[in-house]
Design a protein around this ligand. Structure first.
Ligand code: ZN
Length: 88
């Protein structure tokens, strides 16, 4: 997990799945599967996958583990971004 993930990933200019353009103020959200920013339409499709509940549970577990370690990143914010839309 790069320390500057916020600059590198959070401010992506397009959805990594459908390549739709994302303006700085347009909501985006991290993919639970590959941790890249995607648009809300793609997130909806992701949530329909059969393995989504399993994968999102695993992610939450991983985030709780990471929170106890002292990385230079904010693992809590990183986790939230997989479940709550954000803007750049
Ligand atoms: Zn998309």
């Amino acid at each position: 997990m790069a320390q500057n993930w916020k600059e590198n990933i959070a401010c992506a200019t397009h959805c990594l799945v459908c390549e739709k353009q994302l303006g700085a103020k347009e909501p985006r959200i991290f993919s639970t599967f590959d941790h890249q920013p995607i648009c809300m339409t793609c997130k909806k499709k992701e949530e329909d996958r059969d393995d989504y509940p399993e994968v999102s549970q695993a992610l939450i577990g991983q985030c709780m583990t990471d929170s106890e370690l002292s990385y230079g990143v904010d693992p809590e914010a990183f986790c939230y971004h997989h479940f709550y839309p954000f803007t750049c």
